[in-house]
Design a protein around this ligand. Structure first.
Ligand code: EPU
Length: 426
């Protein structure tokens, strides 16, 4: 198991290319199951979650290969197996986004029910309700969701839940509705840019989707979808994480291909605490020249402040001037980073789904444990700012969502070494 050993205190300066979005690529790759013909996807990042999705697609009868130009080619060659096994689903929850495409194309899907994960309960009830509204019959057997539908018929479907809409639930229902008979209207759809990117891909395949990126999506069912070429959008969460890396080290990072329009809430918060974010050709430059101010943040569905940047902002506010408040409204238990940041000297007081952060002048390096993807990113950011050495253990979590993060940060001045646990123990 690898760890990252970080020498804190370096100011980061330079440019980093933001990779394609993991959370856009995963449902798009699943969408390729709907196609008759090959799909070519550009800007699919090289991450362990993507590799799990490739393994799953191969089990589901797809040929998947990276082309010489880096594009990922996916082509369905055998539709016999429609079973996503527990072994794969437990490694990567997003396997659930094969449910809608399999059901629509093959009329049958058997997907192991994803369990909870480090960020809390992750139910899929709304996904299932939406597919049932299209005419699917759903049963549970041996921990598997079994979904059948001789035909899907368009319907009006409400996808809101107690914590807002659902991103992958919207992806599942929207994908399934592309091949349904008649018109589907999804109300309270997730508005995340990743949903809009999936709709763009499905439309390139011949689907008729309008309104994706807004709370009402309309889908006119079509008889068949073909293969398509598509370029995945830049990863807004990776971009946000690098912006915080600039802010937390009082550095200056240029992100040449960042979609600022996908990050308005985070940029607004950064500016409000004193970070300089300047738009330039197709991207932005982020810099910080002084101690930052405190902030009050509440996570919300897009276009609100993203839960996937909550942990990273907590690391930043831990050294801001004054008391900050972060409230988590999407995953109320997503706080495993709190105890680890406290090991670095952050002063955090958690009460239900709110954390009060008493800003300190600095954090001090220590060994800490990564627990999930974004919590690990927060610990790396904290380590960049902390005095001395921080060792972030179990970095396989970070490899799920950030490609070679240490090399990319080292290229702009960070001092991070990847070591395996045995080396550490010597
Ligand atoms: N929810 C339900 N019922 C459902 C589905 C969701 O109650 O059937 C609840 C969830 O428990 C949560 C809220 O609705 O409280 C939102 O969950 P959502 O379904 O939108 O999450 P997701 O689609 O499973 C995606 C991202 C997450 C990101 C969330 C929220 C992917 C692969 N994952 O998950 O990304 O946090 O949307 O924006 O797209 C990450 O990248 O680190 C990550 C966890």
């Amino acid at each position: 198991m690898d760890s990252l050993v970080i020498e804190g205190g370096a100011r980061l300066r330079g440019a980093i290319k933001v990779n394609g979005s993991k959370n856009a690529a995963l449902p798009i790759m699943a969408g390729a199951l709907l196609a008759n013909g090959p799909t070519y996807l550009k800007e699919v990042p090289n991450l362990s979650d993507i590799n799990h999705q490739i393994t799953l697609l191969r089990e589901l009868g797809c040929e998947v290969e990276r082309q010489a130009d880096g594009a990922l080619k996916i082509e369905v060659t055998d539709e016999k197996n429609s079973h996503a096994r527990y072994d794969l689903v437990r490694k990567m929850r997003a396997s659930i986004c094969t449910l809608g495409p399999l059901l629509a194309k093959r009329k049958f899907a058997r997907i192991s029910m994803p369990g909870g994960c480090a960020i809390g309960d992750r139910p899929v009830d709304i996904h299932l309700r939406g597919l049932e509204a299209l005419g699917a019959v759903i049963d549970l057997d041996g921990g598997d969701i079994i979904a059948r539908a001789d035909k899907l018929v368009g319907a009006e479907i409400f996808l809101g839940g107690n914590f807002g809409s659902t991103v992958l639930g919207t992806a599942n229902v929207m994908s399934a509705a592309t091949l349904a008979q008649g018109t589907t209207v999804i109300e309270s759809a997730a508005c995340e840019p990743e949903v809009a990117d999936l709709a763009n891909y499905l439309n390139a395949m011949g689907a008729k989707i309008s309104g994706a990126g807004t709370p009402r999506i309309t889908i006119e069912g079509v008889k068949e979808l073909t293969g398509a070429n598509h370029t995945v959008i830049p990863d807004r969460i990776e971009a946000g994480t690098f912006m915080i890396a600039a802010a937390i080290t009082n550095g200056e990072i240029q992100l040449p291909n960042t979609r600022l329009d996908h990050l308005l809430a985070a940029v607004d918060k950064l500016r409000s605490i004193g970070v300089i974010v300047e738009r330039d050709n197709g991207g932005c430059t982020v810099a910080s020249v002084r101690r930052l101010e405190a902030a009050t943040i509440t996570t919300q569905p897009h276009p609100g402040f993203p839960t996937d940047l909550q942990a990273q902002f907590m690391a930043l506010l831990a050294i801001a001037d004054g008391n900050s408040v972060i409230t988590e409204k999407i995953f109320p238990d997503r706080f495993l980073h709190v105890a680890e940041l406290a090991r670095l000297g952050a002063r955090l007081h958690k009460e239900a789904s709110t954390v009060i952060i008493q800003g300190q002048k600095r954090m001090v390096g220590a060994p800490v444990m990564a627990s999930d993807l974004r919590a690990s990113a927060a610990l790396v950011l904290a380590g960049l700012a902390a005095k001395g050495t921080t060792t972030v253990m179990r970095v396989y979590h970070i490899d799920r969502g950030y490609e070679r993060i240490e090399n990319r940060l080292n290229a702009i001045g960070a001092k991070i070494k990847r070591v395996n646990q045995e080396e550490l123990e010597l």
